[in-house]
Design a protein around this ligand. Structure first.
Ligand code: PBG
Length: 328
């Protein structure tokens, strides 16, 4: 008689579905990326990322308190300096915009995990992630500047530094520099698997970091490759990364799964700017149910094996989770 399984039995009520749900999104899964801008007062909306802002330090000071009160575990900081130079000196300046924002965050919300993007692209006129010589983005000479940037963030009080430059050897260079300076407890979240992606378009407008020549394909990964992703992840783990990131998120769920299966380290995925802006644009036209779609997208990251998610949807998603009494 019993010739087929009644899978629908467990879908019959919301409580049954909840009990048997395999992946659940929590507020505790979110890291909120934020853009802090030097010499700005208040905040300015980023045109290509509706609902996201450039923050002046004054407005940032107020906003971090709200974020901490919402129960979001942490933020990821990006800086927009007033001046750029070939040496990217704003990236590792003691009083640079990110360094100042770290101090503000730690003063206002000491428990909030402060992560920082470690990269040079916002700080040099070429808009590249490493040091530029002629038309080349040189690897080894960049490491010193990248490590100096990470150290300056640690000195200012960052909990986690997150190198996104994709220079080879940066994780060991950072680890060594931090340890020598007495920052053994500063953690490294490596953008281990970062693809050369069109999904960063709105971010480059937001961060004023569009490359002025060429592209990033000589250092960021080819979107076609997954074995290479496992190599990058293994290398960064071996160099001393505490956590690994896959970026972008949505078109790379298979990569997150593959990295998850290879490592015992925490794995994060970065739900990048265009992934956010596409949803926002469609929502603003009334073409989709934004809330349902965002929750489905965030759930897919958990299902793929991510331990946490860097997402511009963090504030909205937190309010939705709180409203339904979910999110613990
Ligand atoms: C800087 C950096 C980028 C992003 C994070 N860090 C841009 C890039 O590499 O071109 C993208 C974030 C996003 O699109 O939301 N290297």
């Amino acid at each position: 008689m019993n010739t087929f399984r009644r899978n629908r039995r467990l879908r019959r009520t919301e409580k049954l579905r909840q009990l048997t749900r395999e992946s659940v999104v929590h507020v505790e899964d979110f890291i909120y990326p934020m853009f802090v801008q030097e010499n700005l007062h208040g905040k300015e909306e980023i045109a290509a990322m509706p609902g996201q802002y450039h923050y002046g330090l004054d407005e940032f000071r107020r906003t971090v308190v709200d974020i901490a009160e919402l129960g979001i575990p942490g933020i990821l900081l990006f800086g927009l300096p007033s001046e750029k130079d070939e040496q990217s000196s704003g990236a590792y300046a003691e009083r640079g915009i990110v360094q100042e924002a770290i101090r503000v965050a730690k003063a206002e919300a000491p428990d909030l995990v402060v992560m920082t993007d470690v990269c040079l692209c916002q700080y040099n006129p070429a808009g590249h992630c490493g040091l530029v010589r002629g038309s080349e983005i040189v690897n080894d000479e960049s490491l010193k500047l990248i490590a100096a940037t990470a150290l300056s963030h640690a000195v200012a009080g960052a909990d986690v530094v997150a190198p996104s430059d994709m220079m080879d050897g940066r994780v060991s260079a950072i680890r060594e520099t931090l340890d020598e300076a007495g920052f053994a407890n500063t953690a490294i979240l490596s953008y281990a698997v970062k693809y050369a992606s069109a999904f960063y378009g709105p971010f480059r407008e937001a961060a004023h970091s569009t490359p002025q020549f060429g592209d990033r394909k000589t250092y960021q990964m080819d979107p076609a490759n997954v074995r290479e992703a496992l190599r990058e992840a293994a290398d960064d783990e071996q160099e001393g990364a505490d956590m690994l990131m896959v970026k972008p998120a949505l078109s790379y769920l298979d990569v997150t799964r593959a990295v998850r299966n290879q490592t015992t380290l925490p794995v994060a995925t970065y739900n990048v700017s265009a992934e956010y802006s596409m949803v926002k644009a469609a929502a603003m036209r009334g073409w989709i149910d934004e809330r349902a779609m965002v929750m489905e997208i965030l759930t897919s990251f958990k299902r793929a094996g991510a331990d946490f998610v860097l997402t511009y949807h963090a504030l909205d998603a937190t309010r939705w989770l709180r409203a339904e009494g979910g999110g613990r």
